[in-house]
Design a protein around this ligand. Sequence first.
Ligand code: NAD
Length: 360
Amino acid sequence: MSVFDEVAITGHEQIIYGYDKVSGLKAIIAIHSTALGPALGGTRFFPYQSESEALEDVLRLSKGMTYKAAAAGLDLGGGKAVIIGDPRVDKSERLFRAYGRIVDSLGGRYITAEDVGTTTIDMDLVRRETRWALGHSMAEGGAGDPSPITARGLYAATRAVCQMLWGDPEVAGRRFAVQGVGKVGSAFVQLLVEARAEVIISDSQEPAISAAVETYGVKSVPSDEILSVDCDILSPCALGAGINEETIPTLNCQAIVGSANNQLATDEDAERLMERNILYAPDFVVNAGGLINVHDELRGYSRIRTLQSVDSIFDATMKILETAKTDGTSPNQAAIKVAEERIYEIGDLRRFRRSGDDEN
Ligand code: NAD
């Protein structure tokens, strides 16, 4: 399939291919929408097997960013970038600075940040060539690692789910199964334990398990058992696509709220969860804390403002769960509806021409 055939389906505005022969940079930047503001999304550094695999990933991820920003009420559009290569061996100063120059040439239509395979240190290099790079290190004036903020947003969403299910936002006494105790999962477990919830964890890496068990006094189960643990809330904080046709019949929870991106393998899985009466809080609403954190860097980072904004994920989640209840649809569909309504309503403001440019 050609690129134009692809974007005719996905509705993207612009795809940019960047290449630097000397450093071996091969980057694809996808701008899905700038209706609400500049397209913000991280740069994924990954050893894709083919260009078409990289293109498919960047198209899917950038569209997701449009919905994530809109559902969070941010004046941002959706974009994402991928760099084809092995982050362990292919990174260099030249590569990131060449990439920074390509990002800069877009004049702020696309703003990048860290993602899987890139770090705050890499963003410091990109930022030497463009101001349109966020998520850089605290030493360079950035907000640093967003994971604890993402965990705080996840906690706010969890309280909304508790409110919806049991008429009380408190997590005390509720039983949680947390899949993956990396940067976000472990920070989330800490918040749950401090609030006197019961927590069971799993991770595919032994050091992560022992760190969580020793630090927080939680129980662990093998990775292949966590999804079927008898619990009130299951929290996927590892990789995507874990909730699928095969695993849904084995779930033993009343709700799913987790940080992992793209938790549902397909859109039909949202319906399957409804049939099983399991409440699913859409991942792109729940895990918006990281995006809110980098977005604030655009305004001159304020921790207090960021935390206030992240705590409003409680309200955003409530709105979506209530819309789903009223409409009789899945929360996933409701979240897309809320995001699309905002893109239409606020994006339409652009027809009132302002003095000067129309950048946010
Ligand atoms: P991380 O790599 O620090 O942690 C992921 C953990 O999951 C690791 O400890 C890993 O060993 C474990 N894991 C992998 N496969 C597993 C499996 N099958 N079963 C159990 N454990 C498994 O990543 P993170 O930054 O904590 O992010 C977690 C998820 O949240 C990812 O999907 C990420 O895309 C998403 N997310 C993160 C942020 C953020 O701010 N870090 C923001 C938005 C979304």
